[in-house]
Design a protein around this ligand. Sequence first.
Ligand code: SMG
Ligand code: MG
Length: 418
Amino acid sequence: MPAREPPGTSGAPGTSGAPGLAPIEVAAIDLVRLSMPLVRPFTTSFGRQSERDVLLVRVTGDVTAPGSGGFTDPDSGEGSGGHRDGQLAGWGECVTPAAPVYSEEFTDGAALVLREHLVPALVRPDRTVGARDVATRLAHLHGHRMARAALELAVLDAQLRAADRSLARHLGAVRDRVPVGVSVGIPDGGTPELVEQVAGYLDEGYLRVKVKIRPGFDVAPVTRLREVLGPDLALQVDANAAYDPEDRQHLAALDALDELDLILLEQPFGAARLRAHAQHAVRWRTPVCLDESIHDAADAADAIALGACHIVNIKLGRVGGMAEALRIRDVCRAATVPVWCGGMLETGVGRAANLALAATDGFDLPADTSASDRYWHEDLTAPFHLDDGHLAVPTGPGIGRIPRPDALEGAEVVRLLG
Ligand code: SMG
Ligand code: MG
């Protein structure tokens, strides 16, 4: 982890020139874990998921800034954002899947590394902590970016609540609503169900559609979508690294998809296969977008220099948090490579942070941050609604959302530091 001061997450001004943030005195750190069923199963090339094993990091700070403005949440109307007895809470969502199927990271591993390594390192030598300390104090530890990101975002949320400032404002957001698309999994019912689901999402107003593909479910369903929904459908596909660049049939399928006027082809090959991406990106007219391959700004710079991608999907968890996400955005901007904000089936906690990121300059393509009802019967926070193809960026202090107390009833709470 680079030790230079990251923009937007520290006592230093954000990219907007927003004033700096004071560190907090950490009183406690907890892991809050609960299972949430998805409204419909989500199947990708790596598996089928019907619920999320949700892991939140809660950082409780002693209020050190008097007159810091209370902790109400105007977006949700939920009253306290964590203010109790001179303390306030910041929240971060760890986006790990339950199993190491998207990358090496998984929720039990994240909980363990947070407990045994990341949290102890964060509060050494003292408990006066700002978001930038997550990079500097944890610099000697490798990997576990999703766990790191959850910790960084929780500290940042607490700092922002203490300063009565929204994350979006802190980052210098340039829009108050974010254009959004929807990521559609491989349905149990195959192509007919895919067409029905996509048509339904378009009726709801989503601005573009991303379809999950895998070898054997690619050319035929995507061709059918084009036939039924027409040339104007804003359509992209995501392979989640399922294609083998040495397999002729796999390449033939990707070549056929290249004829279908897609906005982009996301991560066809394995995360480490930058050269394979470059070899084929140069032949295809469809822009290649990388997701799993990009862990930090150096990866983005290398991928761009190699010609391995034309577009980058930025996810807070995959890259270790807000500071690195903004660095990647800046590397891409300097190379005129568009970026957009991806998703990991977040609850309202993670979605709120995603929206603030997606509201910053440079995030010009629709995000994968769909409305709450696309994922949940009842979101963990006040829900996000789709309005004319957009989600409103929260304006309350911090991420502008807190978990509803009743939604946390029955959650497992593990105190890591108290
Ligand atoms: O949050 O709507 C969402 C999901 C977006 O497709 C999505 N994410 O590779 O981009 C991706 C996948 C990873 C999901 S793994 C849980
Ligand atoms: Mg992806």
